[in-house]
Design a protein around this ligand. Structure first.
Ligand SMILES: [Zn+2]
Length: 294
């Protein structure tokens, strides 16, 4: 039990005179205290202001430098998992350049609002050699990856920008960081559930559920990242409707032999398409600006 970091007594401490009911009562009281402490410390924590959006957010790491450090630590493992950096230097440069264009466009927009991107200098866009897995992902602090399989599947530079814009969205909305804060909440509640249940297996079950719930980004996070995909592509001079094309590309990639990994971490592209269309209409109620790149 102490592996969860809560100094509650084990069942054996109640002694021969404790009896079942008083033991249960104590366990319930401790469980309630842990649950209360967990919930109060999660909600009482003052929100940390997101420097890009200005929104107050509950995060596990308030310092951007810590997020960057955490992301950088995971880079070698992530790279290795997908066959290392792609040997095609031209393609690698292309991905980096398009990512850079999106960030430069974001800089301009933030400057008009008197804001700046705290992750700016740490962003890196890496093309991974993996020819089979259709996927892209972002680590906290700005490390963004895309597989060669996805790079080859996209049909236009605008679609490539859509992928990178979506991943930039995950970074600047601090989705992993907020997820970690939630995980701390779930783990505290799982520990409380374990104490109330009184045996190890219920604690383990509760923990397993907690980690399952908090492993993926939520659906809302994915849609929020899509919204950034729409905004950033348009800001950088791409037609944001490329995001719709991208969803069709992803859907097609899923029609082959077995679903690509992208679907295990991202919602159904068909559902996202509707959302993206609505998002474009909202961002450009009159008409799209002229001369956008596809
Ligand atoms: Zn995503």
């Amino acid at each position: 039990m102490t592996r969860m970091g809560y100094p509650f007594p084990s069942q054996n401490n109640y002694g021969p005179y404790g009896g079942v009911s008083s033991g249960l009562k104590i366990r319930l009281i401790i469980a309630v205290v842990i649950a209360l402490f967990t919930v109060v410390s999660y909600y009482a924590r003052p929100g940390d202001e997101n420097q890009i959006t200005g929104k107050a957010e509950r995060v596990a790491l308030a310092e951007e430098a810590d997020e960057v450090k955490m992301g950088l630590q995971a880079v070698p493992e992530m790279t290795q998992m997908h066959g290392g950096r792609d040997p095609d230097e031209r393609a690698c440069r292309h991905v980096q350049e398009v990512g850079e264009r999106l960030l430069a466009a974001l800089d301009k927009k933030l400057a008009t609002e008197g804001r700046a991107n705290p992750y700016r200098q740490y962003f890196r866009f890496t093309l991974l050699a993996d020819p089979k897995t259709v996927n892209a992902f972002a680590l906290p602090g700005g490390q963004i990856f895309m597989t060669a399989a996805l790079y080859r599947a996209v049909q236009t530079e605008g679609q490539l920008a859509g992928v990178l814009g979506h991943e930039i969205g995950h970074v600047i909305e601090r989705h992993s960081n907020k997820q970690m804060a939630k995980q701390q909440l779930f783990q505290g509640l799982a520990a409380a559930g374990g104490v109330a249940g009184g045996d190890r297996s219920s604690a383990q079950m509760a923990q397993a559920v907690a980690s399952m719930v908090s492993m993926k980004y939520g659906r809302d996070d994915e849609l929020e990242a899509d919204r950034w995909g729409v905004r950033l592509t348009a800001l950088a001079g791409y037609d944001p409707r490329a995001m719709i094309g991208l969803m069709q590309v992803l859907e097609k990639a899923g029609g082959g032999s077995g679903p690509p990994e992208f679907f295990s971490t991202h919602p159904n592209p068909a559902h996202r398409e509707e959302y993206i269309k609505a998002e474009i209409d909202q961002a450009f109620p009159e008409a799209l600006p002229p001369d956008l790149k596809p």
